[in-house]
Design a protein around this ligand. Structure first.
Ligand SMILES: Nc1ccn([C@@H]2O[C@H](COP(=O)(O)O)[C@@H](O)[C@H]2O)c(=O)n1
Ligand SMILES: C[C@@]1(CO)OP(=O)(O)OP(=O)(O)OC[C@H]1O
Length: 160
């Protein structure tokens, strides 16, 4: 069997007032925050889905139902660490992760290094095996109107 598998994840959360703007485990100073059942960390959710997909383990809502009060307001880094534990029980380790956050604002450039450090720590991999990028949609669509933030992630996992 080929020891490498790839995964892809995509997530969107609405921007609202009165919520923190958690992205990649970093609380980004911004006028609006991300709405959701959890802390709504759109980047970590996309990464969780990429990892679960690579391992053939379904998706984030299957493991952490948004109807379950134990996940209300939960720090998504805890969800990511749980996903890593699930992968490890199936004999999988993370190779690398590449992700893109899509929003006009906030500007993310000065925060991506801390996001990578958080993700690398939670995935138990070297920081240079994690890459986080940001892009706008040139003011087009819901991200362009700052109604929400989207994130996409791809990953490679392997078994020894
Ligand atoms: N929220 C964002 C969006 C973009 N950046 C940085 O700006 C570069 C150019 O973005 P375009 O959408 O105009 O291609 C992008 O490569 C990022 O470095 C950002 O920091 N935060
Ligand atoms: C993360 C979970 C946890 O209940 O809640 P939300 O913050 O609503 O996030 P979403 O990306 O919709 O994924 C569903 C849930 O698993």
């Amino acid at each position: 069997m080929i020891p490498f598998r790839i995964g892809h994840g995509f997530d969107v959360h609405a921007l609202v007032t009165g919520r923190d703007c958690m992205i990649g485990g970093v609380n980004i100073p911004h006028s609006h925050g991300l709405d959701g059942h959890s802390d709504a960390d759109v980047l970590l959710h996309a990464i969780c889905d990429a990892l679960l997909g690579a391992a053939g383990l379904g998706d984030i809502g299957k493991h952490f139902p948004p109807t379950d009060m134990q996940f209300k307001g939960i720090d998504s880094r805890l969800l990511l660490r749980h996903v890593i534990a699930l992968l490890q029980t199936k004999g999988f380790f993370v190779g690398n992760i590449d992700a893109t956050v899509i929003c006009e604002a906030p500007r993310l450039g000065k925060h991506t290094a801390q996001m990578c450090a958080n993700i690398a720590a939670d995935c138990q991999i070297a920081i240079d095996h994690v890459n986080v990028k940001a892009t706008t949609t040139e003011k087009l669509g819901f991200t362009g109107r700052s109604e929400g933030i989207a994130a996409e992630a791809v990953c490679l996992i392997y078994s020894k």
